[in-house]
Write a protein that binds this ligand. Structure first.
Ligand code: BGC
Length: 742
């Protein structure tokens, strides 16, 4: 029997209630009647995520609560899927209720945010995108898949493919950066690896989220409104989703916000006409958590029942966490407000994925030994370390890095340097802080003999100045200070927008005092988003800045290998660093405007900050240097059917072996719509020994040199195009080509 036939057969045997159960996704239920507490899990979690309640305390309280796994709802067929259940033994229990106790024995989809690993945590997605390395992306997905699958998770709520141009938005940390092409490559790689079936059946269904343009929330304020032209959607926000769909992504998650006036959760144009009609998506759509009932707060549904009807009619197949499909769809059908065929269609889509992803073929016996075999293994940690090293970006280096042999007294300062939870960072709920290697541990374990690594807390991300003096005293005794600052884990991620992008608290003050000790300072930034660190860039006493992001479980080892020069940094920014928050959204692929920014008064700029970004897209230093020469275009006049071929000579002109990410950009000089000053079209990561030279070639079909015109039709308009090749989006060599009709 084909999958479609099996789906049809099953559907025919289902009651309406059982059908609705397949469209229902819920978490477990907590009974929190705890003595001595105003027990309210939502409030506790909210406090924990704002840094007001320690994670350990939350865990302690949760451990005292009674958890209802809803096995009765599963057995009755009313609940067909779980969200964020990632305790292996519990997963096995609910699956048992489904495949043994329910009438139709349909297994559950167990969805979790496997965003940057499962138990072994990798760098944040934004950091990972700075590797520009699809092998790293694939490795993360592979390790995450093996660990999650072993534990019983069969669906990841990823990849997150929201183009993020505004660092105020906390979820920029989860994004693949600001560039549609790079994000598309990452999305495609993640979907393919998560979903690739291994010999033992291991695979996860992926879901591309959040559909659509969540990264464009006004002012970078989370959950806020988005108003964008359709053209902009096509140009900037759709390409990574299209790449995920073309790679066969099983599900798409709709976004929380309202897009051009309609909440994405209930937008039929978005979820059906565009997603299925134009983009060719054939999987199922899941709402974001409680997205269905939020349509009431949006003011677009009169109550939860109305929201359930509107969301399902729009093409939202599964309700995550609202329980409104479970609560109202049956009533809506019996009242004639909703045709059962609409329910059937959604159920078909969900069941089809359950068959395709092998849910019916799996053994759900709980086997802790088998899980332990693949979880947090030395091999997995090694992968996280290798990927971590490639995700770090060296922003500034006046020659103090890598740390020289003569440096024997190293002072590490900054509360974050020893704080596992802060180092682990956001969106790592399935993992834990306990196995995280701190910066101090990493530096000590990689230190050569005779090197003393001392730690003094010094400063945190708040206004506490009580440890400043001790750190300054210690700095005077050191040859080098490594100051670790930035953001704690709760300062980026969901609902963590910031209006101010400076280092929080008294960090800047601490650092300016620190350089006055005269000891060279290297700053290691641990943070989710690009920060306005102009004061560090400009301060000559701060001789190096390493943007480490949150590297994950192997954090300290990653940082140590780079600082000691065992690994030569190769990461390049996948997002622009603005000088100030007031410059956001700031991104490299903007149109030129009629008055491009310059020293002349009447041009597009802010009068109180530089026109140029603090650090441009594609930027990142190495311990070596690369020169670019001899940029050649094979054929300078091309028709739309032809392929542009070009090459450039890259030489490692420094003293260290290193990796370089060679970037190719395009500009359509004259077109019917204003085109970006540059658009990334290709990139290649190469590895060169000191003194080695290589020729890097690119091929770009002219058909990929087009854009969406005023009517949203994709066109390649003939005329002049400029090509740029270089080490980042600003330092480039340039050539011109002509595209002709015939
Ligand atoms: C987030 C999603 C996530 C879901 C489940 C929501 O709050 O927006 O990205 O997948 O929770 O954890």
């Amino acid at each position: 029997m084909t999958i479609d036939e099996r789906v049809e057969e099953l559907l025919q045997s289902m009651t309406l209630r059982e059908k609705i159960g397949q469209l229902n996704q819920a978490g477990t239920r907590m009974n929190c009647a705890l003595p001595g507490f105003e027990a309210d899990i939502d409030t506790w979690v909210s406090e924990m995520l704002q840094g007001k309640l320690a994670k350990e305390e939350l865990d302690r309280r949760l451990a005292m609560c009674e958890e209802n796994l809803r096995e009765d709802e599963v057995a009755s067929g009313e609940l067909g899927n779980f969200v964020n259940l990632y305790e292996d033994e519990k997963i096995a229990r609910v699956q048992k209720a489904a495949v043994e106790d329910s009438r139709l024995k349909i297994p559950l989809l167990i969805g979790a945010d496997v965003i940057r690993g499962y138990r072994t945590i990798f760098p944040t997605p934004l950091a990972l995108s700075c590797s520009w390395d699809m092998e790293c992306v694939r490795t993360m997905a592979h390790v995450a898949k093996r660990e999650a699958y072993a534990g019983g998770v069969n669906w990841t709520f990823g990849p997150m493919l929201d183009i993020a141009r505004d660092a105020r938005w906390g979820r920029i940390v989860e994004s693949p950066g600001e560039d549609p092409y790079l994000a598309g490559r990452i999305g495609e790689t993640l979907v393919k690896e998560f979903q690739r079936k291994e010999e033992d059946g291991c695979r996860l269904m992926a879901s591309a989220k959040h559909f659509l343009a969540y990264g464009a929330v006004s002012g970078g304020q989370d959950y806020y409104t988005v108003d964008l032209s359709e053209r902009q959607l096509y140009e900037t926000y759709l390409p990574p989703f299209q790449a995920a769909i073309d790679a066969g992504v099983g599900a798409v998650m709709s976004a929380f916000h309202d897009l051009n006036g309609v909440p994405c959760t209930m937008d039929r144009w978005l979820l059906t006409d565009l997603l299925r009609g134009k983009m060719g998506f054939t999987g199922f759509v899941v709402s974001d958590a409680e997205g269905v009932r939020q349509c009431v707060a949006h003011g677009c549904a009169k109550d939860e029942k109305d929201a359930a009807r509107l969301a399902l009619l729009a093409g939202g197949d599964m309700d995550m966490s609202s329980l409104d499909y479970a609560g109202y769809l049956e009533e809506l059908v019996s009242e004639g407000e909703l045709d059962e065929t609409v329910v059937d269609e959604a159920v078909r889509r969900v069941l089809k994925k359950k068959f395709e992803f092998g849910l019916f073929d799996r053994d759900y016996t709980y086997d802790p030994a088998k899980i332990a075999e693949v979880t947090l293994t030395e091999e997995n940690r090694k992968c996280a370390r290798e990927v971590g090293k490639r995700s770090v970006v060296l922003l500034k280096n006046d020659g103090i890095l890598p740390i020289r042999r003569e440096v024997t007294r190293i002072l590490v300062t900054g509360a974050i340097a020893e704080d596992r939870q802060a180092l682990l960072g956001p969106w790592a709920f399935t993992g834990s802080a306990e196995p995280v290697v701190t910066v101090v541990e990493g530096l000590r374990s990689y230190a050569s003999e005779g090197v003393d690594v001392r730690y003094v807390r010094g400063f945190d991300v708040n206004d506490d100045r009580s440890d400043f003096a001790e750190a300054y005293e210690a700095a005077k005794q050191a040859d080098l200070v490594i100051a670790v600052g930035g953001e704690r884990e709760y300062m980026s991620g969901e609902a963590a927008s910031r209006a101010n992008l400076h280092l929080a608290g008294a960090q800047e003050e601490f650092l300016s005092g620190l350089v006055k000790t005269g000891t060279p300072v290297a700053v290691v930034l641990i943070n989710g988003r690009p920060l306005a660190v102009g004061c560090l860039k400009e301060n000559p006493g701060i001789q190096a800045i390493l943007e480490a992001w949150h590297p994950g479980t192997e954090c300290g080892n990653v940082i140590a290998e780079i600082l000691y020069g065992r690994y030569n940094p190769s990461g390049k920014l996948s997002v622009t660093f603005a000088n100030e928050a007031g410059q956001e959204p700031m991104y490299y692929n903007h149109p030129n405007t009629g008055k491009p920014g310059s020293d002349f008064k009447f041009t597009s700029k802010y009068q109180d900050i530089p026109i140029a970004p603090l650090y441009p897209f594609g930027y990142g230093l190495s311990y070596t240097t690369f020169s670019y020469e001899d940029f050649r275009i094979e054929q300078e006049t091309l028709t739309v059917e032809e392929t542009l071929r070009c090459s450039v000579e890259v030489e490692n002109t420094g003293a260290y072996a290193g990796e370089e990410i060679v970037q190719l950009y395009l500009r359509d000089v004259t077109a019917s719509c204003a085109r970006p000053v540059k658009e990334l079209k290709r990139f290649e990561k190469i590895s060169l020994a000191a003194g080695e030279r290589a020729m890097v070639r690119f091929e770009l079909p002219v058909s990929e040199m087009g854009f969406y015109n005023r009517s949203c039709d994709y066109v390649v308009e003939p005329g002049e195009f400029r090509l740029f090749v270089g080490t980042d989006s600003e330092r480039v060599l340039e050539k011109t080509v002509q595209v002709v009709l015939k």
